[in-house]
Design a protein around this ligand. Structure first.
Ligand code: SF4
Length: 449
C-alpha cells in the first residue's frame, strides 16, 4: 500500500460515519458510470442544491416499470494507490482528504435512508487502497450486509475492480443487479498512457469476458454490465472508441457505455483537452444510433482524424453523406429506413410503420401527430411521392435543421456560434451541469432524430 495514502486514511478516520459518508458521496460524483442516475425526467440535475440536505447525495434513476427511483451514489473509500491521470483519487492528488467508511457503517446509514423513503438503491464504487481483491472485499461486505442482514431487495450497482479474482466477481454478480468495470480507453497504448497500473487485456477485458459469460448464461442476479471511457487524455479518436464499444456490445454482452469528457481533476494531472464536452455528446448520440437505430459502425461518418464531426449530429452527417438515399418515401418504408431519416426517432418510426399498415400518410401534419420533428424531416422525405413544403425557420433554425456542411469543414473542429446552455437542459446521460455550445441551444436533442 502507498505510504502516503495509509497515513492520510488514519488522519481522517476520526470523522463520524455520517461525515465520512458525506465526503465519500461528494467524491462519488466524479464517477459517471452511473450517469443515467444523474438526470431526471425533466432533464434537471438530480441532486438537491441544499448542502444541509442529505438528499443532495441522491440521484434519480429510471427503473423499468418503476418510474424514477432515488439512488445513493457513494465510494467505500476514496484512497487509491494507483496513478490514473484522469482520476481525482489518483495517488498523485496529495491534496485530497482520504478516508474509508466501514461496510457496517455504510450499510447502516444507507438503510436509515431507505427506511425514511429517501433512496431505493445504491451505486457503490471504491479506490484501490490495497490489492484489488482486498479493496473489492469492502464493497462485497457492504452488499452482503444489505442483502442478508437487512434483507434489502432493491437495486445495487457494484463497481468491479481491475485485477480482482474471478470468485470476487462471481460474488458481486450474485449480489448486485448491475456491475461495471471502466475500460477508460479504447486502445492498449491509450490505457498505458493514462492508467499505468492497469492492463487492458489481462486486467479489464478478461474480467468483462467473465462477467459477460455469466450474465449471458443467466446464472447470476446481475442482469447487465456497463463500462465507461474517458474522452481526450489518451489521444485516441472517436472511431477507436466506437469500434471498441460496438465490439463490447456484440461480444462481451456490455449493456451500455458511458463517455466522460476529460477535465483536469487536480493540478498535477494532464491539462483538459479541447472539445471534450462536444465529443462526449457526439459519442452518446452515435452510441444511441448503434444501440437503438439499427446503424452499423460503417454507417457512422468520421473526419480525416477519425473523429465524429463536431458541429453536425451523427445522423444528419449520415444523411448528408448519402444523398442518393433521400428524399425517402415514408409510406411503406421499413422501420430501419425510417430510422435513417433526420427528425424520426425509434418511437415515431414505430408509429409510422403501424399507421402505414392501415392508412396512408398524406401530409406533414400526419407525421407531426405521430411524433416526427417535421421541420427537421421535411427536406429528407417524400409523402405519396411528393416533396413536402420546407417549413419556415429562422436563420438560426435553418443552420441547425439543414446544415450545408462539407465533409472538409467537419475536420476543422469549428463549432457554429450559438447560445450557451447548461447541458442539464438536455435529456443527457452524463450531464453534470456542463456548458455546451450548440447552434440552437436547448433545441438540440441528444437523440439523433
Ligand atoms: S484505480 Fe480507479 S480510483 Fe484509483 S486512480 Fe485509477 S481510476 Fe482512480
Amino acid at each position: 500500500m502507498n505510504g502516503n495514502v495509509k497515513y492520510t486514511i488514519r488522519m481522517y478516520s476520526s470523522l463520524s460515519a455520517f461525515e465520512k459518508l458525506e465526503q465519500l458521496c461528494e467524491s462519488a460524483r466524479y464517477d459517471v458510470c452511473l450517469a443515467s442516475c444523474n438526470s431526471n425526467s425533466s432533464g434537471k440535475q438530480g441532486r438537491s442544491k441544499s448542502p444541509k440536505n442529505p438528499n443532495q447525495w441522491l440521484f434519480p434513476r429510471a427503473m423499468p416499470g418503476k418510474g424514477q427511483v432515488s439512488m445513493l451514489k457513494v465510494l467505500q473509500s476514496n484512497a487509491c494507490k494507483n496513478h490514473c491521470s484522469y482520476c481525482a483519487f489518483s495517488a498523485q492528488n496529495d491534496g485530497l482528504r482520504r478516508m474509508r467508511i466501514a461496510p457496517q457503517e455504510l450499510a447502516r446509514l444507507f438503510m436509515q435512508f431507505v427506511y425514511k423513503g429517501w433512496v431505493h438503491g445504491i451505486f457503490l464504487s471504491t479506490g484501490i487502497r490495497d490489492s484489488p481483491d482486498k479493496s473489492m472485499e469492502d464493497l462485497l461486505q457492504t452488499a452482503e450486509i444489505l442483502r442478508f442482514k437487512y434483507r434489502f431487495s432493491g437495486y445495487i450497482h457494484l463497481k468491479v475492480l481491475p485485477g480482482c479474482s474471478e470468485d470476487r466477481i462471481q460474488t458481486a454478480l450474485n449480489l448486485a443487479n448491475r456491475v461495471s468495470i471502466n475500460l477508460e480507453s479504447a486502445t492498449l497504448q491509450g490505457l498505458a498512457k493514462v492508467a499505468p497500473e492497469k492492463q487492458m487485456k489481462s486486467g479489464l477485458l478478461k474480467r468483462m469476458h467473465w462477467m459477460g459469460r455469466s450474465i449471458k448464461m443467466g446464472e447470476v442476479r446481475s442482469g447487465s454490465q456497463t463500462t465507461q471511457f474517458v474522452v481526450g487524455p489518451s489521444g485516441e479518436n472517436d472511431g477507436d472508441i466506437l469500434k471498441t464499444v460496438d465490439w463490447l456490445y456484440r461480444d462481451l454482452y456490455v449493456f451500455r457505455s458511458y463517455f466522460s469528457a476529460y477535465q483536469q481533476p487536480h493540478k498535477k494531472a494532464l491539462p483538459s483537452t479541447p472539445n471534450g464536452l462536444v465529443r462526449e455528446h457526439r459519442l452518446y448520440q452515435s452510441d444511441f444510433l448503434l444501440r437503438s437505430y439499427g446503424f452499423r459502425l460503417p454507417d457512422l461518418v468520421f473526419d480525416d482524424q477519425g473523429n465524429l464531426p463536431l458541429h453536425v449530429d451523427p445522423k444528419m452527417a449520415y444523411a448528408l453523406k448519402n444523398p442518393h438515399l433521400y428524399p425517402m418515401e415514408v409510406n411503406g418504408a421499413t422501420l430501419l429506413d425510417l430510422l435513417k431519416i433526420p427528425g424520426i426517432g425509434p418511437v415515431s418510426a414505430q408509429r409510422l410503420v403501424e399507421f402505414s399498415k392501415s392508412a396512408s400518410l398524406s401530409e406533414l401534419k400526419d407525421l407531426r401527430n405521430l411524433g416526427v420533428l417535421t421541420k427537421r424531416a421535411a427536406p429528407w422525405i417524400l409523402i405519396n411521392g411528393k416533396k413536402p413544403p420546407i417549413l419556415e425557420a429562422s436563420p438560426a433554425q435553418q443552420a441547425w435543421l439543414f446544415p450545408q456542411l462539407s465533409p472538409e469543414s467537419w475536420s476543422s473542429g469549428l463549432i457554429p456560434l450559438g447560445k450557451k446552455v447548461p447541458s442539464s437542459d438536455y435529456n443527457y446521460p452524463g450531464q453534470r451541469g456542463k456548458m455546451v455550445n450548440y447552434p440552437m441551444g436547448n433545441q438540440q436533442p441528444v437523440y439523433c432524430r
